[in-house]
Design a protein around this ligand. Structure first.
Ligand code: ADP
Ligand code: MG
Length: 331
């Protein structure tokens, strides 16, 4: 059997079931956006790690070193945001081909420093090795109050499903770069803005029942929430918020614009579920304090119901779990 036969998520499950036997208690181990660990202080410790590999996550021909540095830390900060936490300390490990210019590395670090300063992250260690391709792995710590952290597993039947901002823009931006389309709009792909302030506000609300960040596409993230919460879900396609630019890219490429949001990924927006009687309160709370829109895209159904999406014509179809999955070919 090959890793491509089972895909990224089944491989993680297999490794975690077969080889991970915890020797000490943890609050949350493998399976959420971050691990949640006890600490001696009043807040809990969050830990996450993400790796970016040349020609898998970025191309040197289309992303500047500054943007690569920014995005590598942004992806990690987004996982801390998804738990409702604040990022603190980072360890940065880099693999570089021997003939890499020192200027290139400086620029990667300038990009990383720019986002680290914006979100008050301190780099306190890492590792530097030679490698056939550029690889950046960041481990990021964060903190959250014990009463505030949000998991993927808390969604309840009747909850509404919300996303922050608009979705699909990163994947549409990638399309612009790959197909050399004659339009602007690659910022969301190259320099995503993680939603830490929004995540903090949402986490402090007891009406928010589960939260995840959108790294692999809306569809994939909803499947994670439903699997871990033991629920179904219904998504209303026309309610998914897309930017003008995503529509433009869809038109130029003949694609369905909603596919960018559902199956694209790397938007680093937050997807969360909220008790039905508190949606206006939560929407107002975030929109007033953050200037970020919140949009309801569907609702959670009973565990016996499957995941469905109502298409533009009002027809209910099964919601395919596909999103970005490492090892799976022809995505
Ligand atoms: P995210 O997209 O939020 O970064 P992932 O899908 O990468 O999350 O990972 C899901 C969960 O699996 C996380 O808890 C992550 O820490 C864990 N995980 C991923 N790869 C491994 C691995 N090789 N060994 C142990 N845990 C892993
Ligand atoms: Mg995540």
């Amino acid at each position: 059997m090959l890793v491509k036969d089972i895909g990224e998520f089944n491989l993680i499950k297999r490794l975690s079931n077969n080889f991970v036997k915890l020797k000490r208690p943890v609050i949350v181990g493998i399976g959420d956006d971050c691990a949640v660990l006890n600490s001696s202080g009043s807040r809990l410790q969050l830990v996450t790690t993400d790796m970016l590999v040349e020609d898998v996550h970025f191309r040197l021909s289309t992303a500047s070193p500054f943007q690569i540095g920014w995005k590598s830390l942004a992806a990690n900060i987004s996982d801390i945001a998804a738990m409702g936490g604040e990022p603190t300390y980072a360890f940065v490990s880099i693999g570089l081909p021997k003939n890499t210019g020192v200027d290139f590395v400086d620029d990667v670090y300038l990009g990383m420093k720019a986002i680290a300063d914006k979100y008050s992250v301190d780099v306190v260690g890492g590792d530097t090795v030679s490698s056939p391709q550029v690889i950046i792995n960041i481990a990021l710590l964060g903190e959250v109050e014990p009463e505030n952290y949000k998991l993927r597993s808390g969604a309840k039947e009747g909850d509404y499903i919300f996303v922050t901002g608009d979705v699909g823009g990163s994947s549409a931006g990638l399309e612009i770069l790959e197909k050399k389309l004659p339009i602007k709009g690659t910022d969301k792909h190259l320099m995503p803005i993680p939603r830490v302030k929004e995540g903090r506000l949402l986490a402090q609300s007891r009406y928010v029942t589960s939260m995840i960040d959108i790294s692999d596409g809306v569809s994939s993230e909803i499947h994670h929430i439903c699997e871990q919460s033991n629920t179904g879900a219904k998504i209303i396609m026309k309610d998914i918020p897309l930017s003008e630019n995503t529509y433009k890219v869809a038109k130029l490429t003949g694609k369905n614009p909603y596919d960018f949001a559902l199956y694209g990924g790397e938007d680093y927006e937050l997807l969360f579920t909220c008790r039905p009687d508190a949606t206006s309160y939560v929407k107002e709370l975030v929109e007033k304090n953050c200037e970020t829109s919140l949009t309801c895209i569907g609702y959670i159904t009973a565990s016996c119901q499957s995941l469905t999406i109502e298409d533009e014509n009002g027809v209910s179809l099964p919601l395919k779990p596909s999103g970005y999955n490492h090892f799976v070919e022809n995505q």
